[in-house]
Design a protein around this ligand. Structure first.
Ligand code: MG
Length: 253
C-alpha cells in the first residue's frame, strides 16, 4: 500500500514537472509571410504551427454584423457607429478583405485542432457591448463551436454577460484590476493579465489563482527572456504571444 502511494506521488511529481504552458498566438500567427493581424490567414497559420489557441478581436457594426478587428475604428471609421457596408471592402495588410466573424468561424470549423480565444472588445455604448455578446454567443452556438471557444474581455460587463449566457464556458478578465478570488466570486474562470501584473504589481496573484482554481494567462509576452521566465513558472497556464514559434522552441528545449 505504502509503495503504491509513493509510486502515485512520484508519478504526480513527474507529470507536473512536464506540465507545459499552452501557446496562444496573439491576433493569430501574423508575423510570417502572407499573414496579417486578425486575418483568416493568421488563424490558419496558428493552426498550422500547432498553437493551442488563436486569439482574435471582435466588434459589432451599427447594423449588427460582427467583424474581426482589433481597434474600435478601421481606416478612421468607427465600427459600432457605422453599417457593415461602409467597411466591408477594407483590405488588411496581407490583401485579405476585413473578415467577418462568420467567415472567421467557418475557417475555424475546417481547423479542428485549434482553440478560439475570442476577445469581445469594449464598445462606447453598453448596449452595443450587449449586442456584440449576444450575437457572438448565438453564432458560436449555431456553428457548434462552443467547446472550442474560450472568451476574454477587458469589459467586466461583457465577461458577466458571457457567464450568464454560457455558465459552463471559460471566461477570463483582461483588465488586471481584480484578484483571482474576486474573479472566482463573479463566477468567471480566468485571469488573463498583462505581464506586469504577474511580474511586479501583484505577483502573489499567481499563487492565489492556483489556490482558487482560476486559470492564468499572461499577455503579450514577446521578449525571449520573459518567455523563458513564464514558460518555466508552473503557475502559468497560458502564454499569449506574438512569437508563438519561439515560445514553442523554448518549451521543447
Ligand atoms: Mg485582443
Amino acid at each position: 500500500m505504502k509503495n503504491n502511494i509513493l509510486l502515485f506521488v512520484a508519478l504526480f511529481v513527474s507529470l507536473s514537472a512536464f506540465a507545459q504552458p499552452k501557446v496562444v498566438a496573439h491576433r493569430g500567427y501574423w508575423d510570417c509571410e502572407g499573414s496579417a493581424q486578425n486575418s483568416i490567414k493568421a488563424l490558419e497559420m496558428a493552426a498550422e504551427i500547432g498553437a493551442y489557441g488563436s486569439e482574435f478581436d471582435v466588434n459589432i457594426t451599427s447594423d449588427g454584423v460582427l467583424v474581426v478587428n482589433h481597434d474600435a475604428t478601421i481606416n478612421g471609421i468607427c465600427i459600432e457607429d457605422n453599417p457593415y457596408s461602409s467597411i466591408k471592402d477594407i483590405k488588411l495588410k496581407n490583401g485579405e478583405t476585413l473578415p467577418t466573424l462568420a467567415q472567421y468561424l467557418e475557417t475555424a470549423i475546417r481547423l479542428p485542432g485549434i482553440q478560439l480565444i475570442f476577445e469581445i472588445k469594449g464598445h462606447k455604448l453598453p448596449e452595443n457591448e450587449d449586442r456584440c455578446v449576444d450575437a457572438s454567443v448565438a453564432m458560436v452556438k449555431n456553428m457548434g463551436l462552443q467547446d472550442r471557444t474560450e472568451w476574454i474581455s477587458f469589459s467586466m460587463r461583457v465577461c458577466e454577460r458571457l457567464h450568464k449566457l454560457l455558465p459552463d464556458a471559460k471566461v477570463a478578465y483582461l483588465n488586471g484590476t481584480e484578484s483571482p478570488l474576486q474573479i472566482k466570486e463573479r463566477g468567471l474562470t480566468g485571469v488573463d493579465y498583462n505581464q506586469s501584473i504577474f511580474t511586479s504589481k501583484n505577483p502573489e496573484w499567481l499563487d492565489e489563482a492556483r489556490q482558487h482554481g482560476i486559470e492564468t494567462n499572461v499577455w503579450t509576452v514577446d521578449k525571449e527572456e520573459l518567455l523563458r521566465q513564464f514558460a518555466k513558472d508552473k503557475r502559468i497556464d497560458i502564454i499569449t504571444t506574438n512569437k508563438p514559434v519561439l515560445l514553442q522552441q523554448i518549451i521543447k528545449e
